[in-house]
Design a protein around this ligand. Structure first.
Ligand code: C2E
Ligand code: CA
Ligand code: CA
Length: 719
């Protein structure tokens, strides 16, 4: 880039701030106004001079023609020479105009003939007047008049004013009187024009100042109204881009484009704040997905992933990966005694101690309340593991100083290794946990899982593993327990109950495996299986022409609260072309602890499909009728535990009576479940309970038995 280009580039307007541009504009404006005023003054000066020149010329022309007339009259003897002289004298002496305006007459030989203001000079030759240099100028002018009589002659020379004083500049006009040797002339003293010009100049200056002042005020106003807001908004933007959101955007009340910009900026600021907030939440969620918030160690999921990666890496070589499950004894009891805060302090301190013992080949995580996990990679020798475990146990057992007291924590460690104890991360973690628990049971500080193999492991663990295969292998089936309407004495509906026929253990109660499925994340699959099985069963009954009452399904809260639940149940029953009004869902009170607005909305949407809702195990949870009053449900099932002692426990009787009364007020039907004796039934009948269910009326029935019951059209005996 050559210097000129560089200069041009630097001169580019965008390199200057708005304020600089405005100052530049004001300077240009000022310069323009002053230049215009000066030019106007100059032209006005020229015009005035031209006007004056024209004035003296017309005076002289008129006088000249009068002199010519006199001469003609004299030549034609109309007037005598004396009369001519007299009239000529009167004419020259009598013509005066403006202030100091007089004319004079000179003979061509430059002898002053008539001069009203200086009669003393009449008859004197110009060259004889005592003012040599100036006279020369004067004579030169008259000579020009003589030589070029057709041209208008103006020239300058100095001559005193009529009332005396020094000679001053005089603009002269003279011309030849035709057919004569006379030159007639006059002039204006330039001095006389000075006050006029001064006055005019002053007016121009005054006007210029006023215009300038107005222009500057306007510029100031514009600056205040445009430049200042723009500068302020631009500084707001700069601060926003630096994530400084704690500012009040000005000018949002302006009605013009500035206001629009300010309001948009304010909106932008709010968006940025919201974005930042969301980003923080997202970061926090991402953090929680991988880390434990208290100890800032990896969480169970991260540990599982790391283990999985190590297992895959070592799969070919079958090199060992060790896993240590470190369980702190009695932490729960300490929490109850000391509170959550002190428990967290213990966890943080323990985590720090563990961290100090680790090398690059270790990965530490907090798996659950009071349980840490440690993965050891790169085939450590057994002896090294023993020493590591000893130092871990030793460092944990050192007293921990809390705010007011000192506590001592004991840990148990369970050890598993790939490939011996499993090739899935959950196997290694789960079995190490069993080893840690067993160590505690046997009052050992640590234990290899393979040392307890063959010994009996926790039966639940086995079940848990069998549960998922059970679903694939059709080990489940449904039984139906009818519910009876006490008013009409007829079956009103049937509750489906799940059964698991374990190949080795025989039938297992849902009371055992449902909670297990909930814990192990299999419950949604299980619920899905039940929904499908019920839909399929209903289809069969419809096809066989069997008329059947509503079917109640026990559903876990986890499945019910899923976003896609409504669509899913709709799709399943649609697939079997079974109308949803056949279905009733039994939900436990736990589901209702959810956010009220959310659950209301959910229930409303589900009921809109034709499904009825029943609250199961009522009275055992945190829920109350006052809460249920706000929920769109159809039935409440009083928990079996209240019915059990109905005939012996007066308090239970009172509770049941109260529930029935209040439910009636809310137009809810009440079901009493687990009715086993005639006595219970008659008490319930007296308390005006609507619906009953229990072994007294019918045990849960297989499909065939239930179909037979429907065929019988069984009616329970009234009193
Ligand atoms: P629940 O919903 O309270 O079901 C009633 C339980 O009481 C059933 O036990 C039923 O057989 C039993 N029962 C009925 N009448 C009487 C009686 O007169 N006396 C006595 N002692 N018991 C009676 P079950 O079938 O073992 O079910 C236990 C629990 O398992 C159920 O409690 C329910 O919460 C859950 N469950 C059962 N089936 C399913 C299912 O398909 N899906 C889900 N998610 N949970 C299920
Ligand atoms: Ca139930
Ligand atoms: Ca129940």
């Amino acid at each position: 880039m050559n210097p000129i280009q560089l200069l041009l580039k630097n001169m580019s307007l965008s390199n200057f701030s708005i304020r600089q541009k405005l100052i530049g504009l004001v300077c240009l404006l000022t310069l323009g106004i002053i230049t215009t005023s000066c030019l106007a003054f100059y032209f006005s000066y020229q015009d005035t001079l031209a006007g004056k020149k024209e004035q003296i010329r017309s005076v002289i022309q008129s006088a000249s023609s009068q002199v010519q007339l006199l001469r003609q009259k004299n030549s034609s003897y109309e007037i005598t020479d004396d009369e001519y002289q007299e009239r000529l004298h009167d004419l020259i002496y009598g013509t005066s105009y403006a202030e100091d305006g007089y004319i004079y007459l000179i003979q061509q030989e430059t002898r002053i003939s008539l001069h009203p203001k200086r009669p003393d000079l009449e008859g004197t030759y110009l060259e004889n007047i005592d003012n040599s240099a100036n006279i020369e100028q004067m004579i030169k002018g008259f000579m020009q008049v003589k030589l070029n009589p057709d041209k208008a002659h103006y020239w300058l020379f100095r001559w005193p004013k009529p009332d005396g004083g020094p000679a001053i500049e005089k603009l002269t006009y003279a011309q030849l009187v035709p057919d004569s040797d006379l030159i007639i002339g006059t002039g204006i003293y330039l001095d006389d024009l000075t006050p006029l010009y001064t006055q005019r100049a002053l007016s121009y200056v005054a006007i210029t100042l006023v215009v300038l002042l107005a222009a500057l005020s306007a510029a100031l106003l514009i600056s205040k109204n445009i430049v200042r807001p723009i500068i302020s908004l631009s500084s707001h933007m700069k601060r926003l881009s630096n994530e400084d959101f704690d500012q009040t955007i000005e000018f949002t009340d302006h009605k013009d484009e500035i206001g629009q910009m300010a309001r948009t900026l304010e909106l932008f600021r709010e968006h940025l704040i919201e974005n930042k907030r969301l980003r923080h939440i997202q970061e926090h969620v991402q953090f929680l997905e991988r880390f434990d918030p208290v100890t800032r160690l990896y969480n169970r999921r991260s540990m599982g992933e790391s283990l999985e990666r190590e297992i895959i890496r070592n799969f070919e070589s079958q090199e060992k990966v060790y896993f240590l499950f470190i369980r702190l004894d009695l932490l729960r009891n300490l929490t109850i005694e000391l509170g959550d805060e002190q428990r967290d302090q213990i966890l943080v301190e323990t985590a720090n101690r563990l961290r100090n013992l680790l090398s690059l080949n270790h990965r530490l995580a907090k798996l659950s309340e009071g349980c840490f996990g440690l993965m050891l990679i790169n085939k450590p020798h057994d002896i090294e593991i023993d020493t590591l475990i000893d130092s871990i146990l030793d460092s944990i057992v050192q007293p921990i100083q809390l705010d007011h007291i000192q506590v001592q924590i004991v840990a148990r460690i369970g050890v598993t290794s790939f490939p011996e104890d499993g090739d899935q991360q959950f196997e290694l973690i789960g079995r190490a946990e069993i080893a840690a628990k067993t160590a505690r049971k046997h009052e050992q500080s640590w234990l290899y899982f393979n040392r307890i193999k063959g010994q009996q492991t926790e039966p639940k663990m086995e079940l848990w593993q069998d549960l998922s295969t059970a679903m694939d292998q059709d080990q489940f089936y449904l039984v139906f327990q009818p519910l009876f309407d006490l008013n009409k004495n007829t079956p009103l509906s049937a509750e489906t109950l799940l059964r698991w026929n374990h190949p080795e253990l025989g039938p297992i109660s849902p009371a055992v495996f449902v909670p297990l499925a909930e814990k192990s994340g299999l419950i949604s699959r299980l619920d899905n299986w039940v929904l499908n099985a019920v839909a399929k069963q209903c289809r069969q009954w419809i096809d066989q022409g069997i008329s059947f009452p509503r079917v109640a399904i026990n559903l876990s809260g986890i499945s019910f609260l899923r976003n896609e639940f409504e669509t899913k149940i709709y799709e399943i029953f649609e697939r079997y072309a079974v109308p949803l009004h056949y279905i009733e869902l039994e939900l436990t009170e736990g589901v209702l602890i959810e956010d009220l607005a959310r659950i209301q909305d959910k229930l409303k949407r589900v009921r809109e499909t034709g499904i009825s809702i029943s609250i199961d195990d009522f009275g055992t949870g945190y829920s109350s009728l006052s809460r249920i009053k706000n929920l769109p449900v159809d039935h409440i099932k009083i928990d079996k535990s209240f019915i059990d002692d109905l005939d012996t426990n007066n308090q239970d009787l009172k509770i049941v009576q109260a529930i029935i009364l209040m439910a009636q007020g809310l137009h809810l039907k009440v079901v009493a479940e687990g009715v086993e004796t005639e006595h219970q039934l008659s008490i319930l009948r007296e308390a005006k309970c609507d619906i009953v269910q229990g072994y007294l009326l019918s045990r849960p029935l297989s499909v065939i038995d239930y179909e037979a019951l429907l065929d019988e059209d069984l009616i329970i005996e009234g009193e």
